[in-house]
Design a binder for this molecule. Structure first.
Ligand SMILES: [Fe+2]
Length: 164
């Protein structure tokens, strides 16, 4: 399904960003301050405070409700969708802590690296679960005629986003 492929492309883009971000976190922890590109950290943090969340909106408005119906939850989230939604919430909270910790980077970089590690770990694990379990389940069980409807929904979410 093209819609699922598009969500997977988002995942790949995010994993690349996380790889660079993680290297930076390690440099900070090792005290290699001269090698740290603060602009790159700011760009990454801006991404995780803006465009990144459109991906969650896309999943929460298409694949999650449809899979819940298929699994038998009616209008309510059910099965693995509940776990994925919980993780989305955990990631929203973890991001808030990371963003806040960066504001105090100069006085205490340890809190920032700890929060950034936590966010990175959670997100990598979450993406793995979706790729290995949720997306194959959707492709194998859902009606593929949903694809065009979902792609339209993605377009709408992108268009309505007030993000720079
Ligand atoms: Fe995802």
């Amino acid at each position: 399904m093209k819609s699922i492929d598009s969500l997977s492309e988002d995942h790949n883009e995010v994993l690349k960003i996380l790889e660079t971000f993680y290297q930076t976190i390690e440099k900070i922890e090792d005290g290699k301050d001269k090698d740290i590109d603060r602009k790159s950290i700011k760009r990454t943090l801006h991404f995780f405070n803006s465009k990144f969340w459109l991906h969650f909106d896309k999943e929460e408005q298409t694949i999650f409700p449809e899979l819940s119906i298929y699994i038998g939850g009616g209008g309510k989230p059910s099965g693995p969708v509940v776990v994925m939604l919980d993780e989305h919430q955990m990631l929203r909270e973890s991001n808030k802590k990371m963003q806040l910790a960066y504001k105090n980077f100069k006085t205490n970089s340890n809190i920032f690296t700890s929060e950034a590690r936590n966010f990175t770990g959670l997100l990598r694990q979450h993406i793995r679960m979706e790729e290995e379990m949720l997306f194959p389940m959707a492709v194998n069980s859902l009606d593929h005629s949903l694809d065009s409807e979902w792609l339209k929904m993605f377009e709408l979410i992108e268009r309505n986003a007030d993000i720079s």
